[in-house]
Design a protein around this ligand. Sequence first.
Ligand code: G3H
Ligand code: 13P
Ligand code: ZN
Length: 330
Amino acid sequence: MVSYKELGLVNTREMFRKAMEGKYAIPAFNFNNMEQMQAIIQACVETRSPVILQVSSGARKYANATLLRYMAQGAVEYARELGCEIPICLHLDHGDTFELCVSCIESGFSSVMIDGSHHPYEDNVALTKKVVEYAHRHDVTVEGELGVLAGIEDDVVAAKSVYTSPDQVEDFLHKTGVDSLAISIGTSHGANKFRPEQCTRDANGILVPPPLRFDILEEIEKRIPGFPIVLHGASSVPQDKVATINRYGGAVKDAVGIPEEQLRRAATSAVCKINIDSDGRLAMTAAIREVFSLKPAEFDPRKYLDPARTSLRELYKHKTTHVLGSADRV
Ligand code: G3H
Ligand code: 13P
Ligand code: ZN
């Protein structure tokens, strides 16, 4: 058993308390490899932002659990070396079993998500409660989820029926003891968050998605005042990155994300954590495709991973400074 405290990491408790008080959101950036981790730390040190390093079960398999633990410890020391000791949390994204949560906690995670949102309500409660009881014995914080994020495959009716029900949140918190709650108010995962027929088009032909359900968020806030809310599926899908990908041989079609002004609004509410993965994937892929296309003779990985890392760093700095409001909070 390695405690996250030995690695210099923190759980989300203090981060969320300050975010709630200061009306901003903590960035939860997903990572799978060294370049992504470097870009996250560089950006958050430069903008003096607390950060959640977020790892999915797929990322953990991809990178290896042991290496990840050392990478997180390395991230803490790297931030210090860059000149700013920012709070860093290592968080399991969409944990689906009790066993996975335990394994992460034993290998240095300071926070876990148990995503029982696809289960019937009482099963979600039982699974989440079990994880909370174990995690809290190790001072690890737990994120639960109520409501299911719409997927591109869902039809509109199904998408509507899975918004978080404000009537359930108080009971869920009371029965499970979670530290934060992920809710569904119209975001979804990936770069194609809405089908074109769900959107309108602006004067330039760019897809404009339906607005988030702030009415549901406000109702939830009324039921559980001051409780930290989490927003998944919060990538904005920058159209310049999509255009670069497609200009250099890619085929990312009808990609649409959550407009930044809606995320800014969410960040000033009880939403204390905003999850961003797809935007990083797009930024990295755009930069790599550009090098591959303009310099086809290049085969030194550093020559395309370095521009990819720089592009990622700039994207993350933009998020902390201009979207989440977490810059200059350390
Ligand atoms: O919500 C999912 C995250 O974007 C992680 O995706 O499972 O492909 O690593 P992944
Ligand atoms: P995006 O796909 O919008 O980046 O969402 C990421 C996420 O919610 C990770 O849990
Ligand atoms: Zn998610």
